[in-house]
Every structure is written in C-alpha cells, then in structure tokens.
Unconditional design. Sequence first.
Length: 225
Amino acid sequence: MQLFFRQTIILVWKDVLIDLRRKDNLLSMLLFAILTLLIFQFAMGEEPELFLRALPGVIWIVFLLSGVLGLGKSFVQEVETGCMGGLLTAPVDRSVLFLGKMLANTLFILFTQLLFVPLCLFLFDVEVKNWLEFSLVLFFGTVGFSSLGTLLTAMTATVRGKDMLLPILIFPLMVPSLLCVVRLTDFLFFGFHAEEVWSWWKLLLGFDVVIFTLSLLAYEFVVEE
C-alpha cells in the first residue's frame, strides 16, 4: 500500500512539473475561459440582470469547455513524446497510472479555477454565501469531470478526429454533474432553491462515486488497447 501511494505521488508530481514548465497549457485555458465568458456576456445584450442570473450556468459551461481543452493537450503531449508508452512498460499497476493522471488533472483544473472564478466574482460583484461549501462544489464538480475526462482522453488520444470526439463524448455524460453544480452554485450566489440543496448534493456525490469507480476499472482495458 505504501508503494502504491508513493508511485501515485510520483506520477502526480511528474505531471505538475510538466505543467509548470509548459505554461502554454495553463495560459491557453485561462485565456479561452475569459474570452468565452465575454462572448456570453455580449450575446445576452445590455441586460446585466439577465446575465447575472445566468452566471452560475455560464461559469460551469466555460469550465467544461476550457477543461476539455486542457485534458486533451495533457494526454496528447504524453503520447507524442513517448512518455505514455514508457509508463505502460513500467512495472506499475494501471490503477496507479489512472490515479496519478486523474489527480494531476484535478489539481491543474482547480488551479485554473482559482484564477478564473475570483475574477468572475470581482467583475460582476457577486458575494458567495458560504466559501467552504462553494469550495466543495468546485472540488467535487472537478473530480467527476477529471475522472471521466482522464478515461475518455485515453480512449480518444490515438483516434483520428480526437479533438472533436472528446467533447462529443464527455459533454452528454457530464449533464447530471453539470445540473448539480449549477443548482448548488445558484444557491450559494443568490440563495435560490434552498429546499433542493441536499438532493443536489446527494446526486453530485453519487455521480462522482459511480464515474470514478467505472473510470478506474475501465482505464486498464483502455490503455492496453
């Protein structure tokens, strides 16, 4: 068990170092998120109240779009450099490879959110009712997305048209999680739907557990193929 955790931490640290050295991935995600947010604002016209009401949904849609961009680049660069081939030949359990990649993706996306979300709150003067609960919403929303994204990027990394295939696969599967995090964010921003909060939390946690378990079990077969 100690070896398992040590191998996982080493893989996470490897990906973190790669992302720190290659700042283009982080910058491209952040720039894409900001531009997409501005496009949504311009599309809704000169009605700030309408855009503010839609802000929780807009933030999470932007997050999904920019997250797919980051996931795709992260896995493809490992395949192109031969790093993934080396990891597959190493005496390491496939679950370690999945956990290492998934946790690294989670940290990377959360770091992007730490830069993007406060900027949104500052620009549109939104006050969060409970920062701890909001942090948990961001975390669990990211875990489900990262788990599913890690599996699907491995499935599509060597397929022709992978840039189009990954969003087509991941967006429909993320709908349950997207509904949960948007409703919870809506409550934390504006206090709406307070009576439904616990139901959305149960659905979000259940989705994360199911997606994480299935992705972990399926990853071994995907990378072997």
